[in-house]
Design a protein around this ligand. Structure first.
Ligand code: AMP
Ligand code: ZN
Length: 476
């Protein structure tokens, strides 16, 4: 089944085909974090979306090479490192490390390569030189280098491939020095920024003079180096369409003379409680803030994967509680299957299980329909209901349970929910639970109830099951 994806370049849903004819190898580049702070929950929506795209491609049999850069030099980073009077390296490395830990906590597959901009200054300079040679870039007396949109357009290239841009002829030669600017300010942008006093010790030597790269050229140089001049997919949040991605296309195609990425996928933004996230509104969450409130990375991932990637998503703490309930429903079903499954799994290859056949079919259709994640989850919960019904009537045989678990593994290779983390029970809690079991044995129900209440006050819920007691942490 073809994987259909919305390509921002063509504004249509297209079946994904790799560049390699009849091939299985796919190159995917996602713009990575700017490491000047902990990544927030909006950033995580985009990185979990990139992980979903990679997993969906793998599910469809492609071998993906996933590259995600680390932006470790740009305007905001320099400003903060200077304010704190620390070196660029010591400032950015701790956030880079935290980012990679958080990525793992959200069960995102680690990209195969995470190149840093500061390790690619030579490649960046090389690309700027190519642009100068081809007549698309020019130097100014201060030692900066600029991309000329006018020259690029005059050579027959289109600037404004991802968004329509009205090129105002009056703007010819106007320049924008900052990395971020509005569409209305589209004009020549900086490839190399000459050293200024406010940059402090952050500069590199170059044939144009001392300075540092602009943000946009960093991604062009790193993606082309890692994946070649033309590669399959380029991803990022929707705010990056302009100017970042538009400039990446212009720089890369201008320098190499070859088409750049074939598919451009953009994830819509995340709001918190219906509002743009901001520290001043008190609705700004990093992953670490949510972990401190007692939620797990698995619950956060589950919530981030509930809405379609092209729809704005409203993140709420209630939504996180709902994700927790959905996961416990799923986990209880998986527990039943594990308890019923045949230990001789290989002997069951001739067995089928109707609900699991249906799950695999509808799940694949949903994913191939431009990653229709809500339809994918609906297929999962229909399967959960079917299994629960079967288990209630004791019709679930070991071979079927094993087949159902294998189907879930395949589905979970895309969703990445993994297994429920086993909360380790502290010894004092275990001792209270055992005391309660003893009290019940001795028919001292008053004492047993008092111990249950004591456990509850300590944040633990005790359940009596046919396999003995189960201890669960109560909701925060
Ligand atoms: P940054 O670290 O600022 O370069 O951003 C990393 C990624 O997060 C980029 O792909 C952004 O487009 C994306 N991003 C930033 N804010 C949000 C948001 N509120 N919702 C979704 N993605 C976002
Ligand atoms: Zn980028």
């Amino acid at each position: 089944m073809a994987l259909n994806l919305f390509n921002t370049l063509t504004r249509t849903i297209q079946p994904f085909e790799p560049i390699e004819k009849d091939g299985k190898n796919v190159g995917l580049y996602c713009c990575g974090p700017t490491v000047y702070d902990y990544a927030h929950i909006g950033n995580w929506r985009t990185f979990v979306f990139a992980d979903l795209v990679r997993r969906a491609l793998q599910f469809q049999g492609f071998t993906v090479r996933h590259v995600m850069n680390i932006t470790d030099v740009e305007d905001k980073i320099i400003q903060r490192a200077q304010e704190r009077q620390v070196s660029l390296e010591s400032f950015t490395r701790s956030y880079e490390q935290a980012f990679l830990e958080d990525l793992q906590c959200l069960n995102c597959l680690k990209p195969h390569q995470t190149p840093r901009a500061t390790d690619h200054i030579a490649e960046i300079i090389g690309m700027i030189q190519q642009l100068i040679q081809r007549g698309f870039a020019y130097r100014t007396p201060d030692g900066s280098v600029w991309f000329s949109i006018h020259k690029y357009a005059a050579a027959g290239h289109q600037y404004g491939r991802l968004l329509p841009i009205q090129l105002d002829e009056l703007r010819v030669g106007e320049r924008v020095a900052t990395d971020e600017y509005a569409k209305e300010a589209a004009s020549d942008f900086a490839l190399w920024k000459a050293r200024v006093t406010s940059d402090g010790p952050i500069f590199w030597p170059s044939p144009f003079g001392e300075g540092r790269p602009g943000w946009h050229i960093e991604c062009s140089a790193m993606s082309v180096k890692a994946l070649g001049t033309t590669f399959d997919l380029h991803l990022g949040g929707e705010d990056l369409k302009f100017p970042h991605h538009e400039d990446e296309i212009a720089q890369s195609e201008g320098a190499t003379g070859r088409p750049f990425a074939r598919f451009w996928l953009h994830g819509a933004h995340l709001l918190v409680e219906g509002k743009k996230m901001s520290k001043s509104l008190g609705n700004f969450f990093t992953l670490r803030d949510l972990l401190a409130r007692g939620f797990s990375g698995r619950e956060v991932r589950c919530l981030l994967l509930t809405a379609h990637y092209r729809e704005t998503f409203n993140f709420t703490l209630d939504g996180l509680h709902a994700a927790r309930s959905s996961l416990s429903r799923l986990d209880e079903c998986l527990d039943k299957l594990k308890a019923a499954a045949s230990p001789q799994a290989p002997a069951i290859s001739s067995t089928t299980h109707a609900a699991s056949v249906e799950l695999l079919k509808t799940f694949e259709e949903a994913i191939c329909d431009d990653l229709n994640i809500s339809a994918a989850w609906a297929a999962v919960f229909q399967w959960v209901s079917a299994i629960n019904r079967q288990a209630a009537t004791a019709e679930l045989n070991p071979a079927e349970a094993s087949v159902a678990l294998a189907a879930w593994q395949r589905v979970d290779s895309v969703l990445g929910m993994g297994s429920r983390p086993t909360a380790s029970v502290p010894p004092e809690i275990m001792a209270l639970a055992q005391e309660r079991t003893e009290a019940k044995k001795n028919r001292d129900f008053k004492r047993a109830d008092a111990l249950r209440a004591q456990l509850k006050a300590l944040g633990w819920v005790i359940e009596d099951t046919s396999d003995g007691i189960k201890l669960k942490k109560s909701e925060p």
